[in-house]
Design a protein around this ligand. Structure first.
Ligand SMILES: Cc1ncc(COP(=O)(O)O)c(C=O)c1O
Length: 389
C-alpha cells in the first residue's frame, strides 16, 4: 500500500467522486450528519423503486424479512445478534425509546456526564420533569489526561438513588472515546442499568456491543458507517426487551420487541434496508485501512492546527477516534467565525463552546486530505488578524 507520510494516498481526492459533496467544499464535519456515498444512495433508490412498484406486497411480504436480514448483517458488523437489534430513525429516537419506557419516581437520579449530547440532555430532563426524578450531570474534566479521570468522577457521583446511567461512547462536543466498558462495569456492580449513546461509534471504532454488558446501546449508521440518513439502531439486552417500547406504539404492542419496533406505522424503510450496502462499501474500501487513514489524518491535522495557533489538543491520542477538538485562539464571536469560514473559505467545521472557551472539532473521512486542514489553519489565523486590527 502506498503511503504519503502516514496517510494512505489511495484515499482523499481519489475517492471523493464517490460522494456528492460540493466540489468547492472543504468538508471537515463528517461527524455531524455523515455523508452518504453515491453507490449506497443508489441502493437506497432501488429499494424505494421496489416499494413503489407494489406497495402492498412490499409492506406486507417483503419488508420484515428484508429488515431482519439487514439487522443480521448489521449485527455481524457491530458484534450483536440481529434479533436484539431494532432499527430506529436516529440515536435521539433510540435514547427516547429507552428513557420513556422506564418509570422513575420522585427523588430517583438519572446519571450522565456534562459531555452529553444536547438533545439527549433534553430527553433526560423531560423524563426527570415528568416524574420528579433528578438529572445528575457529572463534570468530567476537560482537557483530560487519562480515561481513569472519567471513571473516578462517575464513581464519585453514583448514589443509592441512581436508577439509570447514560454514557456516550464517543462524546459529541469534545470527541472523546469514553472508557465505556469500565463505566458499564462500575454501574452494573451497583445494579444500575446502563444506556450507551453510541451515536458516533459504528464505523468509527471496532464494536462488540454484546460483550460490553450494557442494557441498551443505540448507534447511528448514518454518521461513520455512511448509511443514508435515518438509519440507526437500538440494541436491547434480552432481559430488557419486554419492557422497552418504541416512541410510537403501533400494531406490535403486546406481541414482542421486534414486532413493536419493526412496524411503527407507514414509513420509508429504505435507509434501514441500505445498511448492508453501507457495510459493503466500507468493506470494499477496507475497514482497517479506512480507520487507520482517518485516525492518522485527524491526529496529524489536529497537532498541526494546535501548533499553528499556539493552542493545544485537550486529550491523549488514545481517547480519540476520527474526530478531535482543538482549542481555538481567543475568539469573541464563535458563531461569526463559523459563518465566515463557510462564506469566505467554503470550509465546513463545527465551532463548539464548551466550558469556559471555544473549540473547533475536526473530522477525518477518507475523502479528506491534509491540505484542507492547512487551509483551515490559515483561514482561522486570518480571521484572528482581521478582528485584532
Ligand atoms: C453523542 C450523540 N448522541 C446523539 C446524537 C444525535 O444523533 P441524531 O441527530 O442522529 O439523533 C448525536 C449527534 O451528533 C451525538 O453526537
Amino acid at each position: 500500500m502506498e503511503v504519503f507520510g502516514e496517510v494512505n494516498v489511495k484515499f482523499g481526492r481519489a475517492v471523493r467522486s464517490q460522494w456528492r459533496l460540493d466540489e468547492e467544499a472543504i468538508f471537515l464535519n463528517h461527524g455531524s450528519f455523515g455523508a452518504t456515498p453515491i453507490p449506497v444512495l443508489e441502493v437506497q433508490a432501488e429499494w424505494q423503486n421496489q416499494l413503489e412498484r407494489q406497495p402492498v406486497y412490499f409492506m406486507e411480504r417483503t419488508l420484515i424479512p428484508a429488515l431482519r436480514f439487514a439487522a443480521e448483517a448489521l449485527g455481524k458488523f457491530v458484534g450483536a445478534e440481529g434479533k436484539n437489534i431494532a432499527f430506529v430513525d436516529n440515536a435521539t429516537t433510540g435514547v427516547n425509546a429507552v428513557v420513556r419506557s422506564l418509570n422513575f419516581e420522585p427523588g430517583d437520579e438519572i446519571l450522565t456526564t456534562n459531555h452529553v449530547y444536547g438533545a439527549v440532555r433534553k430527553a433526560l430532563a423531560y423524563v426527570a420533569d415528568c416524574s420528579g426524578a433528578k438529572l445528575i450531570e457529572v463534570a468530567v474534566p476537560f482537557p483530560i489526561e487519562d480515561p481513569q479521570q472519567v471513571i473516578a468522577t462517575v464513581a464519585a457521583a453514583i448514589t443509592d438513588r441512581t436508577r439509570l446511567a447514560v454514557f456516550d461512547h464517543i462524546t459529541s462536543p469534545t470527541a472523546l472515546i469514553l472508557p465505556i466498558e469500565a463505566l458499564i462495569q462500575l454501574c452494573k456492580a451497583r445494579g444500575i442499568p446502563v444506556l450507551v449513546d453510541g451515536a458516533h461509534a459504528p464505523g468509527m471504532i471496532p464494536l462488540q456491543i454484546e460483550s460490553l454488558g450494557a442494557d441498551w446501546y443505540t448507534g447511528n449508521c448514518h454518521k461513520w458507517l455512511c448509511a443514508p440518513k435515518g438509519c440507526a439502531f437500538l440494541w436491547t439486552s434480552p432481559e430488557r426487551q419486554a419492557t422497552t417500547h418504541p416512541t410510537t406504539i403501533s400494531h406490535g404492542y403486546g406481541v414482542n420487541f421486534l414486532e413493536e419496533f419493526d412496524w411503527t406505522g407507514t414509513r420509508d424503510p429504505s435507509a434501514w434496508l441500505s445498511v448492508t450496502a453501507a457495510i459493503d462499501f466500507q468493506q470494499q474500501l477496507g475497514i482497517e485501512a479506512v480507520r487507520e487513514h482517518n485516525f492518522q489524518l485527524v491526529r496529524t491535522a489536529g497537532a498541526m492546527l494546535a501548533e499553528r495557533w499556539g493552542t493545544s489538543i485537550p486529550n491523549p491520542d488514545a481517547m480519540i477516534g476520527t474526530m478531535v477538538t482543538v482549542l481555538l485562539p481567543p475568539v469573541q464571536n464563535l458563531a461569526s467565525l463559523h459563518r465566515d469560514l463557510w462564506d469566505d473559505h467554503r470550509i465546513e467545521v463545527p465551532i463548539i463552546p464548551f466550558g469556559e472557551t471555544g473549540w473547533l472539532r475536526i473530522s477525518a473521512q477518507v475523502y479528506n486530505e491534509f491540505w484542507e486542514y492547512e487551509r483551515l489553519a490559515e483561514a482561522v489565523a486570518g480571521y484572528m488578524k482581521g478582528i485584532s486590527v
